[in-house]
Design a protein around this ligand. Structure first.
Ligand code: UD1
Length: 421
């Protein structure tokens, strides 16, 4: 059933919100349970359509999967090596079963994930990494076939691409290499906290990994892995999104159970703008500031400013009585939210991969279309800023990646409701 979100803008927000487990950690960690026939228990898995797709994929591949309130228990005793198009087409991140299937079964057939509205999203680096380990790779009829039965051995490889390192590519190569003989060194590895979280889970399963969280990961292959329990890290993008909400619309919003050390690029930008913040070990409290200054940000690989926060900062820039610029270097076409925000009265000039936003314009509610996950979240923020009613269509984009976003916002005083289309 298609749903839309109806937002009545202008409500002041206040209060506390609890951050969920990370979507981008949960997906590869769930895929990694395919690396053993033992039972694995993953906690704090957010209730999202993307994590549901992943558990469905695991079940279709032959694993037994049980899920109850954030805890997913997987036992992948006997699994198949084929993930067909019907299974993987709904979610691009399904590609992260490629590494574990290759590691465990030495062969994998995974359909190429389709295009994606945030631009051409290739998987060449994933394949280059597996090939370096000795796997033979063919792409045929839309499927990737990996055959690592004859040769599969640790080596030194580099995963740096023209837009920086690849998160899921690093995950895939790491998940394959933990069961390859010998030493693998991944140069140009993604250093995102989600990669480190996956490595920590693999280490609990018996893998030998050093350097995860840096650009050089060293893996000593082992014969087999065993079952393990793991709690995924807090979602830094959900946390950053609520920090934007707090900066734009609140006179005191506290996000709880977050990891402030993963959010420094975001909190430093907010602090430079002049939004007062108090940070503890696992909470951040932020206050609005009518005299906040504009910002100039460029998206970069971690620990730089995350591309997944770019659209939400575009909404924030609309609320600041100053000019801000945003340059996107990871996904240069990731600006679908701009046209929709302009329909609400935003003053944004987009030149190539740089948006120049003149904030403080009067924004008015309008019907808008969600295009991808983070762009949709940004539209919800813009709608809360705008006067009157905004209808956001294609709500399923938000349900892919934000656990109960509307309930959490309503708990802070936002005026919004879901409706059938
Ligand atoms: C992950 C995140 C996504 C985030 C992105 C960048 C998950 C489930 N998703 O996506 O939310 O926006 O990291 O932080 O964790 N590239 C290539 N060749 C490849 C792979 C990637 O050229 O083989 C390019 C991409 O087009 C992009 C850049 O590398 O320009 C980074 O992409 P990548 O880090 O791979 O993104 P994902 O891992 O798919």
């Amino acid at each position: 059933m298609m749903e839309k979100l109806i937002v009545h803008g202008g409500a002041p927000l206040k209060g506390r919100v609890t951050i969920s487990g990370s979507k981008n950690s949960s997906l590869p960690i769930l895929a990694a349970t395919l690396l053993t026939g033992d039972v694995c228990t993953i906690r704090r898995v957010p209730d999202l359509s993307d994590t549901n797709y992943m558990t469905q994929i695991l079940a279709e591949l032959g694993a037994e999967v049980e899920r109850a309130s954030g805890v997913v228990v997987v036992e992948a005793r006997k699994i198949k090596h084929v993930a067909p198009y019907d299974l993987v087409r709904k979610m691009r991140a399904s590609i992260c079963v490629l590494g574990p299937l290759t590691g465990r079964l030495r062969k994998a057939t995974v359909s190429l994930p389709g295009g994606c509205v945030i631009g051409d999203r290739p998987v060449d680096l994933h394949l280059k990494g597996l090939e370096a380990l000795g796997a033979q790779i063919t792409v045929d009829g839309g499927d990737i076939h990996v055959d690592a039965r004859k040769h599969f051995k640790g080596t030194t490889l580099n995963l740096m691409g023209k837009h920086g390192s690849t998160v899921l590519g690093t995950d895939n190569v790491m998940m394959a290499a933990v069961l390859a003989k010998g030493t693998t060194i991944i140069e140009g590895a993604a250093a995102e906290p989600e990669v480190e979280d996956l490595a920590n889970f693999l280490i609990k399963m018996g893998a030998k990994i050093e350097g995860a969280g840096s650009n050089r990961i060293i893996i000593e292959g082992v014969k087999e892995l065993h079952g393990a329990e793991h709690t995924v890290i807090p979602d830094r993008i959900e946390a950053g999104t609520f920090l934007c909400v707090g900066a734009m619309l609140s006179d005191g919003l506290t996000i709880r159970r977050c990891a402030p050390e993963h959010l420094t690029a975001v909190t430093e930008t907010l602090r430079k703008c002049g939004f007062p913040m108090e940070i503890t070990k696992d909470t951040i409290t932020i206050h609005g500031n009518p005299d906040a200054k504009g910002f100039d940000l460029t998206t970069l690989c971690y620990p730089g400013f995350p591309t997944d926060m770019q659209a939400q900062f575009c909404a924030l820039a609309c609320a600041i009585q100053d000019t801000s610029t945003i340059t996107e270097t990871i996904f240069p076409q990731r600006f679908m939210h701009v046209a929709e925000m302009k329909r609400m009265g935003a003053n944004i000039d987009l030149q190539g991969a740089t948006a120049r936003i003149r904030g403080g314009e009067h924004m008015k509610g309008a019907p808008v279309m969600a295009s991808d996950l983070r762009a949709s979240a940004a539209l919800v923020l813009a709608a809360m800023l705008a006067e009157g009613k905004t209808e956001i269509n294609r709500l399923y984009h938000i349900d892919r990646g934000y656990e109960h976003l509307d309930d959490k916002l309503a708990g802070l005083g936002a005026q919004l409701e879901r409706a059938k289309v």
